[in-house]
Design a protein around this ligand. Structure first.
Ligand code: ARG
Length: 369
């Protein structure tokens, strides 16, 4: 039978299992394929072994065209939690995930794969609230205004009202949506200081140390895992050149420029550019001083080129989205600027699903989204 004539699930299972057996240099592919055929014929589904799941998740990272930090894809720790479907257990395992990922600052990439019916409505495990004020002003992260309103609608009373209130998690499981507050010891943050400019520290800026994407599903061998939160460690520019700097996010460059005593009367003085560099210096310096793993855009892009070379040697085509791989600071000083990439996505892969609360996003008033 040719692949085109196979039922879709079986064709996808077979493609993945072939990849897994080839890349793991395992014997016994034919027996495994037969067992899967029988299982699918009988039940309409099949179960991935833990080793298959582990490799599939790692390859999904390797295949992520937008990720510049893929060199260590083989080191992803995979937590097989496919038996876990009850909301309070999901939450407990998420706390363990955060703790193990932090690893005293030597951040480890981890993915936790949960059972059927589970979904996390927050895009990341740790996100700061964005409170829309009656006059249109926003306290906190403007990117999360709709999420904050949604969580309130689910019953969240709201936080203390700082610019950095961590949002509760909305976990869909066992047929309901449940809200959980993260305990303070699950949230690690770094307060920003600058090695030469104390006034920058007085802006009272900080960021959390773990980016844990929690709203993408993971597809392996035709199976889709809707709840598979994963983390790496931050790249400095994500925080300093985007989250804190974008005018539609924390919009901190004017404050940083004042701390640096720059002339902000005309863009041509390049005060924004100079403020941006120093904010990036502050983020890298502060994480380093706190002993928290963080990449800089020069090192990570060099590593990305190593990853590309490695993949070519392994006979695999690298997919990449140039606009995401190139850093938002000094892009042409990094090697990826000068290279070309073919975008694409093939399984195993991470996918963005329609947000569980998309209908609400349109009704929530938000000036930026
Ligand atoms: N850019 C996102 C943020 O600033 C995080 C995306 C994932 N980043 C990572 N280094 N794994 O929160």
């Amino acid at each position: 039978m040719t692949a085109a004539l196979l039922p879709p699930l079986l064709a996808q299972a077979e493609a993945f299992l072939r990849l897994f057996y080839r890349e793991s240099r395992l014997d016994g592919l034919d027996d495994r394929l037969n067992a899967v055929r029988v299982e699918v014929a009988r039940t309409g589904q099949y179960t991935l072994s833990s080793d298959e799941l582990t490799h599939g998740a790692r390859v999904a990272w390797r295949n992520s065209a937008r990720c510049v930090g893929r060199l260590p894809w083989r080191a992803l720790t995979v937590r097989d939690l496919r038996q876990v479907t009850r909301p309070e257990e999901v939450f407990g395992h998420l706390l363990t995930h955060l703790y193990e990922a932090l690893n005293d600052g030597h951040i480890r990439p981890i993915i936790s794969i949960f059972g059927p019916g589970v979904r996390i409505h927050n895009p990341q495990l740790i996100r700061y609230a964005g409170y829309l004020q009656p006059g249109g002003e926003i306290i906190g992260d403007p990117a999360n205004v709709a999420l904050t309103a949604y969580l309130r609608r689910l019953g969240w009373k709201g936080g203390p009202g700082t610019r950095f209130d961590v949002l509760p998690l909305a976990i869909e499981a066992a047929g309901g949506i449940h809200l959980y507050e993260l305990p303070a010891d699950a949230i690690h943050e770094v307060q920003l200081t600058h090695p030469e400019v104390p006034a920058l520290g007085e802006l009272d800026l900080k960021w959390h140390v773990l980016p844990v994407i929690s709203d993408m599903s993971l597809e392996i061998g035709g199976q889709v895992f809707a709840c598979a939160p994963f983390n790496g460690w931050y790249l400095g520019t994500e925080i300093a050149a985007r989250n804190l700097a974008d005018t539609e996010r924390y919009h901190q460059l004017p404050g940083v420029a004042r701390a640096l005593r720059l002339d902000t009367s005309q863009a041509r003085s390049l005060w924004q550019d100079r403020a941006l560099v120093e904010l990036n210096v502050a983020v890298l310096h502060s994480f380093d001083a706190a002993g928290i793993r963080i990449s800089d855009h020069h090192a990570v892009t060099r590593q990305f080129v190593r990853f590309e070379n490695q993949e070519v040697r392994a006979g695999r085509a690298v997919r990449g989205r140039w606009s995401w791989l190139v850093p938002p600071l000094s892009p042409a000083t990094t090697p990826v600027w000068h290279r070309q990439y073919v975008d694409g996505d093939e399984p195993p892969r991470f996918m963005h699903e329609q947000s569980a609360w998309a209908d609400l996003q349109e009704t929530v008033q938000c000036p930026f989204h």
